[in-house]
Design a protein around this ligand. Structure first.
Ligand code: IVH
Length: 681
């Protein structure tokens, strides 16, 4: 048995190291070590905590995600209400605010702090005796939701602060999803057939208000702290600027674009600068927040209702433009949804030419009263798909036509609405706003499904992009995803196709062959079951371990998986209920696509089951991590320290102190060569 005091010391040392590197990476954006080195530290700590659970503490960096899902969030009363902000939309309005403030106080020289008004959601974080105890949403300003477990998963939020910090204090800040993360999340949701988040704000709010912290943990959320709510038991600085500097020194992440400015002219300049440069920011901001720097002045100015007189949001002009709506087209999605979209007279909005824009669904078109021939306002929201905000009714001429989806797709010969691509019957499931093409073999649907199947998040078959799948379908070489695996017998036909040199064909076939080893979660995602995105597919893969078991699961079994609700359960059952899909899955299986988790075999049957390995020194044939991964794949475990439970110590070049310990304990030793033999290579 190891000396317990020593273990504890090592654990504390590891935690301090990891916290430091977390801070470098997530708060300062300036890492000092590689991800792999970081992972090693983290794993060492995890192993020690597993072995010595008596030393586990809630502020350990291993404990960010770990809480179980909740039924609902609790309520948090804010000791000091969270205010909102008044708006200024022009220079005149900014000056009006400033003039009003001047009249209210004796001082006639104000310094200001300007910050970006980030589009996210406000949170309040309470620290007691150095530990993060509560994280809450703003709610109505007086009472918010307790989302502590979710906020703990955000790496730029410190779980603990230095002992110099006040014994009790609250900081406030904006949790947000950077543009890149927002973009990626919406792409995933589009693939899953889920409704898209309208903007990063909704996406951040949706991510933070997940009942399962594991889902929040997967969203790349970040935070900027923008003020101190209150602090007890210790004096804090007298100005806003110094306060944010002080918060930085406690480890909080403060926006580096904040500026301390001497007068209102400089505020105007700051605003102008960022109007021009907002596109280059990694996050979405809809304006700046102007704050009076002196906290004494802030107190004197006070607030009216919810809005402080000492701060104001000075908005950026929206990225919008107006143009004519030429027509409304209909596209067919992967799951058969008929999606209306706006066909526009081309217009440049913020430097990007827009020809088409999203209209979501028919209800949306009706609610906004958008008519064909209308002059419409187009907005590039969050730099994703541009959308039609609404009509400019004052510009109506009487030539506008109301849009009716069913009329638009009415087939005069068949005397009924029909899919604009394949002519099949159109259905509208109860309770849904979308119409669907009822024909699973509709070429538009098959094309979208094929795209989805081969996409990166799916089977990742390079060499089959948009144009190749269209060609394969057109030529009749592929009618569904299973046909891809028969292409190897059609090499000759493939080489005859346009822009398909022998080399392209070989690459494509190799990629198809390689995809047979795709991990189960991605296979489940690639099948394109409605409402099953990457995250859900991962949960299902873990829970069921094979496509077969998922296919045979009853509704009750499906509902017993955390976060699977009736909508998802029904969708899975409907998918596997279809004869066509079952046939495709059988064919995938016969073609050799792995439809099982690699380690689905019971652990005890694996060759290295029950054997514990520790590696010391440098290995020649592979990295330590690869070696450990291979050991684990064969059922063994890999640990960082030699104990009486260790089966083998693998000794590489320049072994460390572990060798002496193994000798003392009489642990069996392996050379790298012997390990390779054990691993079957
Ligand atoms: S200060 C009284 N600073 O804007 C001061 N707010 O309408 C209140 N926001 O709910 C907040 N960035 O979510 C402040 N740098 C910033 C901000 C910011 C975004 C949001 C915040 C708040 C809303 C106020």
């Amino acid at each position: 048995m190891k000396d317990l005091a020593q273990v504890k010391q090592r654990i504390e040392q590891l935690r301090a190291q990891i916290n430091y590197h977390n801070y470098r990476y997530y708060v300062l954006d300036s890492p000092e070590i590689s991800d792999a080195e970081y992972d090693l530290l983290m794993r060492d700590l995890q192993q020690l905590e597993e072995e010595y659970p008596q030393f586990l503490t809630p502020d350990s960096p291993t404990q960010r995600v770990g809480a179980a899902p909740v039924e609902a969030f609790g309520v948090v009363e804010h000791p000091l209400p969270l205010l909102s902000l008044g708006n200024a939309f022009s220079q005149e309005e900014l000056l009006a605010w400033y003039t009003r403030a001047l009249k209210l106080v004796a001082e006639q020289r104000f310094k200001f702090v300007c910050e970006h008004k980030i589009d996210g959601l406000a949170v309040a974080l309470t620290y007691v005796n150095g530990q993060l105890t509560t994280g809450a949403t703003r709610g109505d300003g007086f009472r918010g939701e307790n989302i502590t477990q979710n906020l703990r998963t955000i790496r730029s939020i410190p779980l603990s602060v230095p002992k110099e910090a006040p014994p009790r204090f609250e900081v406030r800040g904006e949790v947000f999803l950077p543009k890149a993360g927002f973009h990626k999340l919406n792409q995933e949701r589009a693939k899953e057939g889920l409704p898209l988040f309208a903007n990063p704000r909704n996406a951040a709010a949706g991510s933070v208000r997940q009942l399962d912290p594991r889902i929040t943990a997967k969203r790349p959320l970040d935070i900027y702290i923008y003020m101190l709510g209150y602090a007890e038991g210790k004096a804090t600085p007298p100005t806003h600027w110094e306060t944010t500097e002080y918060l930085k020194s406690l480890g909080f992440k403060v926006n580096p674009n904040n500026s301390l400015l001497a007068n209102i002219e400089q505020v105007e300049q700051y605003h102008q600068t960022w109007v021009e440069r907002r596109e280059s920011l990694p996050y979405e901001a809809d304006g700046i927040v102007v704050k009076v720097d002196s906290l004494k002045l802030q107190r004197q100015l006070g607030s009216i209702g919810h809005e402080p007189r000492w701060a104001i949001a000075y908005k950026f002009p929206a990225i919008q433009g107006t143009t004519r709506l030429v027509d409304i087209g209909i596209s067919v999605g992967r799951t058969g949804t008929l999606n209306p979209y706006a066909i526009l007279e081309p217009i440049s909005v913020g430097g990007v030419t827009i020809r088409q824009a999203a209209l979501h669904n028919e209800d949306d078109v009706r609610r906004k009263d958008i008519r064909i021939n209308d002059t419409v306002i187009v907005q590039r929201a969050g730099e994703v798909i541009p959308e039609v905000v609404g009509p400019v009714t004052s510009k109506r001429t009487g030539q506008e036509k109301e849009f009716n989806l069913l009329k638009k797709i009415f087939d005069k010969v068949k005397k009924r609405p029909a899919c604009p691509v394949c002519g099949a019957e159109v259905i509208k499931p109860e309770g849904e706003v979308m119409y669907y093409c009822s024909n699973a073999a509709c070429p538009a649907q098959v094309h979208e499904r094929l795209q989805h199947f081969t996409s990166r998040g799916g089977m990742d078959i390079r060499g089959i992009g948009e144009s190749q799948s269209a060609m394969l379908l057109r030529e009749g070489l592929v009618k569904n995803i299973a046909d891809l695996y028969d292409l190897k017998d059609k090499k000759e036909q493939l080489t005859k196709l346009e822009r398909m040199a022998e080399k392209n064909v070989t690459n494509m076939l190799n990629a198809i062959e390689k995809s047979k080893e795709t991990p189960l979660a991605r296979v489940i995602f690639a099948l394109g079951i409605r409402h099953i995105g990457e995250e859900m597919a991962e949960l299902l893969a873990k829970h069921f371990g094979s496509v077969g078991r998922l296919q045979n699961a009853s509704k009750e079994e499906l509902l017993s998986v955390p976060t699977v609700g009736p909508k998802i359960a029904d969708s899975i059952i409907a998918f596997f209920g279809r004869e066509e899909n079952r046939r495709i899955i059988d064919r995938l299986r016969k073609a050799g696509v792995r439809l099982e988790e690699e380690a689905a075999r019971p652990l005890e049957e694996l060759p290295l089951a029950g054997q514990e390995f520790v590696i010391t020194g440098r290995l020649e044939t592979f990295s330590r991590q690869e070696a450990e991964a291979r050991i684990k794949a064969l059922g063994g475990t890999a640990k960082s320290d030699v104990t009486t439970k260790t089966t083998y110590l693998v000794v590489g070049a320049d072994p460390g102190s572990k060798l002496a310990r193994a000798q003392a304990l009489g642990t069996k030793q392996l050379t790298e060569e012997e390990l390779l033999q054990l691993l079957g290579k």
